[in-house]
Structures are given as structure tokens and as C-alpha cells.
Design a protein around this ligand. Structure first.
Ligand SMILES: Cc1ncc(COP(=O)(O)O)c(C=O)c1O
Length: 446
């Protein structure tokens, strides 16, 4: 069990303030409708308030919320930080909107999450893509800085470069080089670091932690890899090119006008805690190292420990490769769930991902390694053809009468469009989707 740590003793934390307030006789003639009088303690009704006096305003923080944002900035070594309660999704929509006008061009790494594509749709942007290399498992590598140079040269009016680092699979791009390339042309770099909130605290040897590598805006889901409640995230702004005001203006557009105080209290607890968890992070790294060392004895399954086209690798993601075994990723995920009560994060035809974090227990790692050894024992070698790379769909040219997709088609997770809205769903895309469906991966059209 992890202790909740209070970092700054001079003020009550938001949670302490909420608890104290819930013990006063104050009667709520305001939202929310449960009036703090409903339900039991299994949900946080007692501390669920709206922006009443003394509790600040997420959209215009001057008091306790401002203090929390300052703490986030300090702990993550960022000039500015913003607390997000609509996940990285809200932060990415706001970041892209803050640097573009309707109809602008932006450069997007093709393996970006659907929230980036949704920003493109909402702002009627023209997205020009840079494609990462893909390996035999269909896993995308790092974005090559040279491909960003080429994209900028071909699109000199581009208003931003957007890429994901680390990816779902732990692949990290060379953010320092890419940000230098962008800044020569005064183009802001937005990094979707949704999967990398833990990186500033891990000594994994991961190069390219984006907040300190020159990216203008970094968006991180606190809830994905740190001890924080679902939906919580943070945005980090370190930029001469993007103004805080403009960014906050769009955060107000894409985030609820009734932010949840329990969620915000959880952000503060998370930030207070991770700033003081050096020992826990060291222990976590030891467990991960031991785990991957053990996994070298697997006969048929393998872990992705690095990617051939990878600048750096975040080893907190346990990516179980199935391309040399008579099993696929979805089947591994199903067997781990049904036979061993181990629930993974996602599965693709060629791999499955166990997502780990500093709160994972020794027992959790042990159960996973035992289960994988048992499953591995019953497998045999199978030679499989390489998984197809991410398709390069063609944009529909309306002048030539071409009709593009109305909606994006993607597997979720990871939410990377196989064909985005406005693109032609051609033969390569059809074959890619077929491979996913054959392996039991759910494909959405949304
Ligand atoms: C790469 C990437 N970016 C952004 C998001 C959105 O994050 P959130 O769920 O915090 O909104 C996800 C979600 O899985 C993701 O995988």
C-alpha cells in the first residue's frame, strides 16, 4: 500500500480543504444535484462540490488551483503547467487549436491518436503526414528528424508539428533534435506524451523526455502511468511561440465548465506523491529489470525491449510479441484474463501490452511472469509473415470526383486511424483491417 504524501505543509491540500468543508454546516444551494447528501462513501459525494467561494476556478485560477498548477510545474520541471480533467484528449484539442487558425496546415505524425485527428476535423486543418518506419510486428518506430525537415520544407506555412512520444508501445522519438528543427522555422512542436507522465521520475535511461527536450507543448495523461484518477492529465508549456492565454482559452472550450474537485484533488495528491517517491521508482525499475531478464528464458513469446527504428525506449511498457509463436496478441490477452485473472491494456494481432507503473506490486509482476511461462510452455514455433505496415491512404481529391471516408476507421485501442475522414479506403487499408478483424481486434468507424 502506498502512502499519500503531502509535500507543502504551509497550506491545506485541496483534499484536506474539501474534507474540512464537508464537516461544516454549509448547505449547498448549488450544484451538484446530489447535494452531498446522497449515496454512501463508496463514491466521493461528500467532497464533490462546484466552484464555491474559496475553491478557485480551473478556468481562471488564482488560489488553490493556481497553487496546484505551480506544484505540477515545479515537480515536472516545466515553466508552465495546466491541470486537465478531460484527459490528454482535451489538452491535445486545445494545444492544436491554440496554434492554428481554421484551414491552416499542420504536420502530423501518422501514428497520432484520434484526438489529434479530431482537432484536425474541428479546425478544418490540412494535415500533412510524416510516417514512422514500421517493424515486422506492425509496431511504429520513432519519427525520423529528417522526415520532419522534409515535411517542413514541403509545407513551409505549417503552423505546428504534432507527434506522439512515447507511443503506446514505448517508442520514444528524438524530441530535442525535432524541436530544434521546428524552432529554426518558428514552428511549435506539440508532443502527445499521454503515455509518458512517469518519464520525469524514472531513471530508465530513456532519452527524449519531452518536457525538458524543447517541445513547446507536452500533454501527459497522469491517469495512465502515475497514481491519479482516470481523466486526469497535465499540459506543459515551455515556449516562446505559444502563449499561455491562448492555450487556456482553448482549454476552456474543450473542458467542462464544471470540473470535478475529486479529480483535481487526485492530481494534487499524485503530484505531491511522485515528487517524493525516488525509492519507489528505483524499486519499480528493479522489478522491471528483473522481469525482462526472466523473460529472456521464454521459448516462443518474446518481449519488445527495443525497436530497430527507435531513438529510445520506455521499458515500462511490457510488449509481448507473438510473431514466432502459434498464438496471437488477442489470444494471449484472452488467456491471461480467463486463465490467470490478469487484465492487459490492449492487444494487436502480433502483440499484447501489459502497461506498468510505479504502483505495480512485486506480486503482480510475479503473476504475469508465471502465467507467461506457463502459456509459453504449451506453444510451438510458427513462422509468420511480417505484419503489414500502417497504410498510407490517399486523400480524396474532390475536384477529380473522389469521395473520401466520412469517418475515421481505427482499432481502439490504440485509436490510430487506418483511414482518416476525407481519405480513400483503398486496397491496402482493406487488407490491414482484414488482418485486424481476423485476429479479433475491434475496428471502429467513428
Ligand atoms: C497516444 C494517445 N494520446 C492521447 C490519448 C488520450 O488520452 P486520454 O485518455 O487521457 O484522454 C490516448 C489514449 O489512450 C493515447 O493513447
Amino acid at each position: 500500500m502506498f502512502l499519500i504524501i503531502k509535500m507543502n505543509n504551509s497550506h491545506d491540500t485541496l483534499l484536506e480543504k474539501l474534507k474540512k468543508y464537508s464537516d461544516t454546516p454549509a448547505y449547498p444551494f448549488h450544484m451538484p444535484g446530489h447535494k452531498r447528501l446522497f449515496g454512501d462513501d463508496s463514491l466521493p459525494y461528500r467532497i464533490d462540490i462546484t466552484e464555491i467561494a474559496g475553491f478557485d476556478d480551473l478556468h481562471d485560477p488564482t488560489g488553490i488551483i493556481k497553487r496546484i498548477e505551480q506544484k505540477i510545474a515545479e515537480v515536472f520541471h516545466s515553466e508552465h503547467a495546466f491541470m486537465l480533467i478531460n484527459g490528454s484528449t482535451g489538452g491535445l484539442l486545445a494545444a492544436i487549436s491554440a496554434v492554428t487558425e481554421i484551414g491552416d496546415t499542420i504536420i502530423v505524425a501518422r501514428n497520432c491518436h484520434k484526438s489529434v485527428y479530431n482537432a484536425v476535423m474541428i479546425r478544418s486543418l490540412n494535415a500533412e503526414y510524416v510516417y514512422p518506419p514500421t517493424d515486422e510486428n506492425g509496431i511504429c518506430g520513432s519519427i525520423d528528424p529528417e522526415s520532419v525537415v522534409d515535411a517542413i520544407n514541403e509545407n513551409p506555412t505549417a503552423k505546428a508539428v504534432v507527434l506522439t512520444s512515447p507511443t503506446y508501445e514505448g517508442v520514444v522519438s528524438d524530441i530535442a533534435s525535432i524541436s530544434k528543427i521546428c524552432h529554426i522555422k518558428n514552428i511549435p512542436l506539440i508532443v502527445d506524451g499521454a503515455h509518458g507522465a512517469h518519464l520525469p521520475f524514472c531513471s530508465f535511461g530513456v532519452k527524449g523526455e519531452p518536457i525538458r527536450s524543447g517541445a513547446d507543448i507536452v500533454i501527459s495523461s497522469l491517469h495512465k502511468t502515475l497514481p491519479a484518477l482516470t481523466q486526469t492529465a497535465a499540459a506543459f508549456l515551455n515556449s516562446k511561440l505559444v502563449s499561455c492565454d491562448e492555450f487556456r482559452k482553448y482549454l476552456e472550450v474543450y473542458q467542462t465548465s464544471s470540473p470535478s474537485y475529486p479529480l483535481m484533488a487526485s492530481v494534487e495528491i499524485c503530484v505531491d506523491s511522485v515528487g517524493t517517491m525516488d525509492n519507489e521508482f528505483a524499486e519499480y525499475e528493479r522489478r522491471l529489470n528483473e522481469f525482462s531478464e526472466k523473460m529472456r528464458q521464454l521459448q516462443h513469446l518474446r518481449l519488445l525491449c527495443h525497436h530497430n527504428s527507435c531513438y529510445s525506449y520506455d521499458k515500462s511498457k511490457i510488449v509481448i510479441l507473438t510473431n514466432r509463436a502459434n498464438i496471437n496478441g488477442t489470444e494471449i490477452m484472452r488467456r491471461l484474463r480467463e486463465e490467470y485473472q490478469l487484465e492487459l491494456e490492449m492487444a494487436y494481432p502480433t502483440y499484447a501490452i501489459a502497461m506498468t507503473g510505479v504502483c505495480d506490486s512485486e506480486d503482480g509482476f510475479l503473476r504475469l511472469s508465471d502465467a507467461l511461462f506457463r502459456i509459453d510452455k504449451g506453444l510451438r514455433y510458427e513462422e509468420k509473415p511480417p505484419f503489414p505496415p500502417l497504410p498510407h491512404p490517399k486523400k480524396a481529391n474532390r475536384k477529380d470526383g473522389e469521395v473520401g471516408q466520412q469517418r475515421s476507421i481505427y482499432a481502439y485501442p490504440p485509436g490510430i486511424p487506418i483511414a482518416a475522414a476525407g481519405e480513400i479506403f483503398g486496397e491496402a487499408e482493406r487488407r490491414y483491417v482484414e488482418e485486424l478483424l481476423l485476429a479479433g481486434v475491434t475496428v471502429r468507424n467513428a
